[in-house]
Design a protein around this ligand. Structure first.
Ligand SMILES: C[S@@+](CC[C@H](N)C(=O)[O-])C[C@H]1O[C@@H](n2cnc3c(N)ncnc32)[C@H](O)[C@@H]1O
Length: 383
């Protein structure tokens, strides 16, 4: 069966690697998505285990549209009694790029009409549309060439909503983005991991999940595929059991610190229900008074003067760069920020730059190899 997994900009490659390790086949990288082929049990696994997936879709119909009416006809040609069990609510997510529909809401409207009309004809009742938390979620995609793909969304809620955040301090990262950053940095638990501006701890929590091989969806209460007519509870139980049996004791510590005690309190609260949470050490501490250690992987998401206002963001970034040169020699440091201008004051030359998107803000992930000479020479050599 064809499976299309949606992700965030810049994470397509890491998602493809995750799919490879789950043994999906015919993996093909698209824009903010990866296409592959897999079985039903792999579809459940994708939802439960993938760290960089936002949604897992199963395409059920493709067509090229010539007119607005074509959309109604194509949608109505699908046998919806197979996909929408009796009494289940549904909703449609629409992404429309072609010029046939100026308003994407209108396209979604027409598709809903086609489904409802068919179920009235076939079953004698009008199904309930429920925009928030529907039982069945349908994905409607029309690209710039008016090519339509209708898919069943097997996830329901976006998979970044992992259901472990009771509390979040200011400007938290999206969980999928945090996991993607850590995987882009090549972390697998074999190093000590540190975030010295951890806020409510998204990077810390995702690092623990990666190091301990805790399934990303372990705390998600329900996925949309569990409402499907062909849902197999036996296959689902076995997918969960196999994944949970893979949880392992992390070799190394995960260290989080932040200037703000409320942030640290939030991380502690969020970690409460996690297995192996004792591997995480948390401190209320000023980054500028924190020493690095050789061979430690530091990933940080400093304030970027948008969601958290700063007096002088250039000076702040310059001080971070100086502190790294002084106290973090022989460390690999990754910084994710949406303030690309302030990074000009950092005073260290990155060995890698990756464009990402943080909640609609263009962001970059910078890699720095801090070594002894960085303190004397203002700029580092390139890789
Ligand atoms: C953008 S937030 C980090 C959000 C975090 N990545 C998350 O997902 O929750 C930046 C954090 O840097 C912290 N911070 C600012 N200056 C600091 C300093 N000098 N030392 C340690 N933490 C600092 C703030 O308290 C804030 O929690």
């Amino acid at each position: 069966m064809e499976i299309v997994v949606k992700t965030l900009e810049g994470l397509e490659g890491v998602l493809a690697n995750e799919l490879k390790s789950l043994q999906l086949s015919n993996i093909e990288i698209l824009n903010r998505a990866v296409r592959c082929e897999g079985t039903w049990s792999q579809l459940y696994k994708c939802n439960y285990c993938l760290r960089t997936a936002m949604r897992v879709l199963v395409p059920i119909k493709k067509a090229t549209l010539e007119s607005q009416d074509d959309l109604y006809d194509v949608v109505k040609s699908i046998d919806w009694t197979e996909y929408i069990p009796d009494k289940k609510t549904f909703a449609i997510n629409g992404t429309i790029a072609g010029e046939l529909f100026t308003y994407s809401r209108f396209a979604v409207f027409r598709a809903k009409d086609a489904i409802a009309d068919q179920l009235v004809e076939k079953k004698g009742y009008r199904p309930n549309v429920k925009p928030k938390n529907p039982d069945i979620l349908i994905d409607l995609y029309i690209n710039a060439d008016n090519e339509l793909t209708i898919s069943m969304d097997s996830s329901g809620k976006s998979l970044h909503l992992r259901n472990y955040k009771y509390r979040q301090y200011k400007a938290p990262l999206n969980e999928v983005l945090a996991a993607g950053i850590i995987l882009l940095a090549g972390y697998d638990g074999s190093q000590v991991f540190q975030d010295a501006m951890c806020g409510s701890g998204t990077l810390i929590t995702e690092a623990l999940m990666i190091a301990a091989n805790i399934p990303a969806g372990m705390f998600i209460e329900k996925f949309a595929f569990q409402n499907w007519a062909n849902f197999s509870p036996e296959v689902w139980e076995s997918v969960k059991e196999i994944a949970k049996n893979g949880i392992r004791h992390p070799e190394n510590e995960i260290i989080g610190s932040d200037l703000n005690r409320f942030a640290i309190r939030d991380v502690k609260k969020n970690l409460q229900k996690f297995p192996l949470k004792e591997k995480v050490q948390l401190f209320e501490r000023d980054f500028f008074k924190t020493n690095g250690h050789p061979n430690r992987l530091l990933i940080m998401n400093p304030p970027y003067d948008r969601r958290i206002a700063m007096d002088n963001i250039h000076e702040f970034y310059s001080e971070i760069g100086n502190a790294l040169k002084k106290f973090w020699q022989d460390s690999t440091v990754w910084v994710i920020t949406s303030n690309l201008n302030a990074m000009k004051s950092f005073g260290l030359r990155p060995t890698k730059k990756i464009t990402l998107n943080n909640g609609g803000l263009e962001s970059k992930l910078y890699k720095f190899e801090v070594y002894e000479g960085s303190r004397k020479a203002k700029f580092q050599r390139k890789d």
